[in-house]
Design a protein around this ligand. Structure first.
Ligand code: BG6
Ligand code: MG
Length: 219
């Protein structure tokens, strides 16, 4: 019998692609404040918290705490406006099939996201009820690359990290999962998730059988 008993999915970039919404929202704030912010800059924000994203956007510029709070509040308000356009069709290819397959195979599944908006996003995708547990930016203090959110979810699933596969699209997420001893599947380019145990271009065509076979060979 296989040792893998559960899957933990990152949200943004794994279950749905919200990076354009994050980009447009930071971009609006940056334009209003006369800061430069490109799509390339936005790529550096994958997987990291709202506050750390703002720090990167500020590129070393320091601001009083109330201005920082105001900037984060405004960016999040713009993000929520974009979220209103999201529908269940915005699930990335292969996601629903893999979730169905995991549940049919009696695996436990969770979400481990850095976002404080994980719940509204999963509601828009109509996925909330499918997961055994949802961990997000509100569940833990330290965000990725700290392993806290994945450990929090694993604790809720009552499964040890070595028996769980984490699906991630961000370098910080792969680092977080590996530090804590999870098995990892990186989604996307080797430049970003090259440290993962296995790389796939997307979840399309990924089945429980394929995942279990891969980690059985690794053992
Ligand atoms: C991560 C995204 O999932 O959540 C990051 O990849 C984002 O780009 C982070 O900055 C925090 O999101 P939120 O919704 O809490 O502002
Ligand atoms: Mg992500």
């Amino acid at each position: 019998m296989t040792a893998i008993q559960g899957f933990i999915f990152d949200l943004d970039g794994v279950l749905t692609e919200t990076s354009e919404f994050h980009y447009l929202s930071w971009r609006q704030l940056a334009d209003e404040e006369g800061l430069s912010f490109t799509r390339e800059d936005n790529e550096q924000l994958r997987g990291i918290s709202r506050r750390e994203s703002l720090m990167k956007l500020l590129k070393g510029k320091t601001l009083p705490e109330d201005t920082i709070q105001d900037y984060m509040y405004r960016k999040n308000a713009y993000y929520h406006q974009h979220l209103q356009t999201m529908t269940p069709d915005d699930c990335l290819p292969g996601v629903r099939e893999l979730i169905d397959d995991a549940l049919a195979n009696n695996l436990k599944i969770g979400v481990g996201s850095a976002s404080r908006n994980a719940l509204p996003v999963l509601e828009k995708l109509e996925l909330v009820d499918r997961f055994n547990i949802i961990g997000d930016g509100n569940s833990v203090k330290n965000s990725k690359p700290a392993p806290d959110v994945f450990l929090w979810v694993a604790g809720g699933l009552r499964i040890a990290p070595k028996n769980i596969v984490v699906f991630e699209d961000a370098e910080a997420g792969i680092e977080a999962a590996k530090i804590a001893g999870f098995n990892t599947i990186g989604i996307g380019s080797p430049d970003i998730v090259g440290e993962a145990d296995k790389l796939v271009p997307s979840l399309q065509g990924i089945t429980v059988d394929k995942v279990l076979q891969f980690f059985a060979q690794q053992a």
